[in-house]
Design a protein around this ligand. Sequence first.
Ligand code: AP5
Length: 210
Amino acid sequence: MNLIFLGAPGAGKGTHSALVSKHLNIPTISTGDLLRAAIKEGSALGKEAEGYMKRGDLVPDQLVIDLMRERIAKSDCKDGFILDGFPRTVAQAQALEDLGIGIDAVVNIDVEDEQIVKRMSGRRVCNGCAATYHTIYKPSRTGEACENCGLTLVIREDDKPETVSARLQVYHEKTAPLIAYYEAKGNLQTVRGREELEETTKAVFEALSL
Ligand code: AP5
């Protein structure tokens, strides 16, 4: 199964792709995680992407398309994959189509902007494996450390309120048009992202008939 998770920053794409990934035993490919890893490594891609990400802007299409093309070609994707945060522009969606890869479903998690801003202030991420937590909605059972690898949980650099507003603006301008794009293709499933994580998870699994 090849799936796409669509939605505003903080809508819950990463959280739910991780759950569906575990259920279906297929990898999640998060462009955000790949880019953050490239920054940590200090690679040429990381150096180029860093400024855009700090401002809350999108990294240029061609850089992300090349990154995804390479990642999807790896052997762990042969039985399917979940894309989290890609495509994010119509040009990226067209590039994905040009690769000749069929998409079975696109799950759009719909959350109001006010809710997103409130939510982002409580997000914590693992400095090692990038697992995501929330101080209220999904606290780590081990306090300030990651449940998976024990490393420290941190606030993501682009989760500052001013950067979150910039990211939301970019989302409405450049990514939201993908809702109509996939609706026209007939494989869009919109799920309302509710305050309770479990309710959203249930709706996501129902939308995918899992
Ligand atoms: P990326 O890392 O993809 O960030 P994003 O899309 O802004 O999404 P987030 O990771 O912030 O949120 P999410 O929807 O995964 O929510 P999460 O599950 O964590 O991208 C970062 C940057 O990289 C971009 O700004 C851009 O610069 C660049 N980039 C990435 N892809 C690109 C591309 N294709 N093209 C160009 N540039 C690209 O949930 C958020 C929080 O809420 C968590 O704490 C979670 O526990 C909690 N939560 C989740 N669901 C619920 C719920 N229902 N109720 C309560 N809490 C919930």
